[in-house]
Ligand binder design. Structure first.
Ligand code: ZN
Length: 368
C-alpha cells in the first residue's frame, strides 16, 4: 500500500494537481499516532532512524528509497482476504463515527452490504437481538392534548373519558403507589409493565427484588420520552419537568412548586431553576451536535435565537459554531486539498450568513 510515488520523484503522477499531491503525500514522519481534534488521526510513521522500514522501488530506471511517509493506511488481513488495495482508517471518536455512519458531507460513494446465506440461522445475532432491553416510548402531551380516535357513535364518550395515555396512567400510578412516587416518568418501565389492554402500569412480578421496598422487582427495561420541539413551548417545558420531577400526581401537581400552583409549565421550570440560564439550550445543541447535520444544527440554533430568546445568544453560538460550520470546513478542505485546514473567520462568517437567512425566514428577524 504505497502511494505514488509522486511529487518531485514523479511530477506526472495522476494524483498531482497544480504541482501538489491531491492526496497530501508524502505525509509527515511521526513517532506516535496522534488524534486531532476533528477525529482525523495522524498515524505513526517511523523514520528510518527510529527503526522504520524502508524499501527500494525502481522508477523510470532509477532506484529510489521509499519510507513510511508514502504508506497508505491499510489492514493486512483485509488486503489479504479481498486481494485488493483497501484504504482503512481508524475511527476512534464520536465525530469520526458520526461522519462515517451518516456519510453526511459526501455524496453516495459508499455502500454497506451484508451477505446472508439462504435459510441461514444466525444464532449469534438472534441471541443478541433477544437480549436488547425492552424500550417503552412515553407520551408527552398537555392536559386533554392527547390524540384520540373516535367514530360518530363514541365521540361524546371519548371526549368525557379519554383513554389513558402512558402519561396520565403514570399520574394515576403515582397517586396510588408509594414506590412510584420515588420515580421519574422514564424510570417507570424498570419496575412496572405497561398493559396495553387496560392502559395502566402494573408492578413487575419478577426480576431483581428492590431491597428497600417489599414486592417491587426491577428489570432492565428502559423508558424513553418522546422529544418535543422547543417551538411547542408549554409541552417542551412539561417534558422538562417530567425529566426532573419525581412522582408527579397530575398536570396541576407537576407545576406546583413550594405549594404554589404555577400558571404555566414554564413558570414552574423557572421556579425550579431549570431555566436559570441557557444551560438547557446549550445541552440541546450539544445533543444535536452528536447526531445531526450542520444544516440541522444551524436550523435548531436559528429557531432557538429567533423564537426562544436565550439570555446570551452570542455565547451560545460561540459554543457551537464549530458544529454549525463543519460542512463548510469540509467543503473547503476538499476544494483546497488541504486536509489539515482549520476553521477560519471566513468560514464562521459564511455560517453566520446561513444562520441569518434562516432567522429571516423563521421570524423575519436579522441577526443583530
Ligand atoms: Zn500523490
Amino acid at each position: 500500500m504505497i502511494h505514488g510515488p509522486c511529487g518531485n520523484l514523479n511530477t506526472a503522477a495522476p494524483c498531482m494537481i497544480d504541482g501538489k499531491c491531491s492526496k497530501s503525500y508524502p505525509r509527515n514522519l511521526t513517532a506516535e499516532t496522534i488524534t486531532g481534534n476533528d477525529g482525523y488521526p495522524l498515524y505513526r510513521r517511523r523514520s528510518k532512524d527510529d527503526n522504520g522500514f524502508t524499501t527500494k522501488l525502481r522508477l523510470r530506471g532509477e532506484e529510489i528509497e521509499i519510507d513510511n511517509r508514502w504508506i497508505v493506511p491499510y489492514s493486512p488481513i483485509l488486503s489479504k482476504t479481498y486481494k485488493a488495495h483497501i484504504n482503512v482508517e481508524y475511527c476512534n471518536s464520536v465525530k469520526s463515527i458520526k461522519y462515517i455512519c451518516k456519510n453526511i458531507h459526501k455524496g453516495s460513494d459508499m455502500a454497506v452490504f451484508g451477505a446472508v446465506a439462504e435459510n441461514s440461522n444466525d444464532e449469534t445475532t438472534q441471541y443478541q437481538m433477544g437480549r436488547y432491553p425492552t424500550v417503552l416510548h412515553f407520551a408527552v402531551h398537555l392536559e386533554n392534548g392527547q390524540r384520540v380516535y373516535f367514530t360518530e357513535n363514541i365521540a361524546a364518550q371519548r371526549a368525557t373519558q379519554p383513554p389513558a395515555t402512558t402519561l396520565t396512567a403514570f399520574f394515576n400510578l403515582c397517586r396510588s403507589d408509594d414506590f412510584a412516587r420515588t420515580l421519574l416518568y422514564s424510570e417507570a418501565p424498570k419496575y412496572y409493565t405497561w398493559n396495553h389492554a387496560s392502559k395502566s402500569f402494573q408492578r413487575r412480578k419478577q426480576g431483581t427484588p428492590v431491597e428497600t421496598h417489599h414486592n417491587v422487582f426491577a428489570s432492565d427495561a428502559i423508558g424513553r420520552i418522546y422529544t418535543i420541539h422547543p417551538t411547542n413551548a408549554e409541552c417542551f417545558y412539561l417534558r422538562l419537568l417530567l425529566i426532573n420531577v419525581r412522582g408527579p400526581l397530575s398536570f396541576q401537581n407537576i407545576r406546583t412548586v413550594n405549594g404554589q400552583i404555577c400558571t404555566t409549565f414554564r413558570e414552574a421550570c423557572m421556579k425550579l431553576h431549570l431555566l436559570e440560564d441557557d444551560t438547557h439550550w446549550n445541552d440541546t445543541l450539544t445533543d444535536s451536535a452528536a447526531s445531526s447535520t450542520p444544516f440541522q444544527i444551524r436550523t435548531l440554533f436559528a429557531i432557538i435565537i429567533s423564537t426562544r430568546f436565550p439570555a446570551s445568544p452570542g455565547e451560545l453560538r460561540n459554543n457551537h459554531k464549530n458544529s454549525m460550520t463543519e460542512d463548510i470546513l469540509y467543503r473547503i478542505r476538499i476544494a483546497t486539498g488541504n486536509h489539515n485546514l482549520d476553521y477560519t473567520s471566513n468560514m464562521y462568517n459564511e455560517e453566520l450568513i446561513l444562520v441569518e437567512d434562516l432567522c429571516l425566514s423563521i421570524a423575519n428577524k436579522a441577526l443583530t
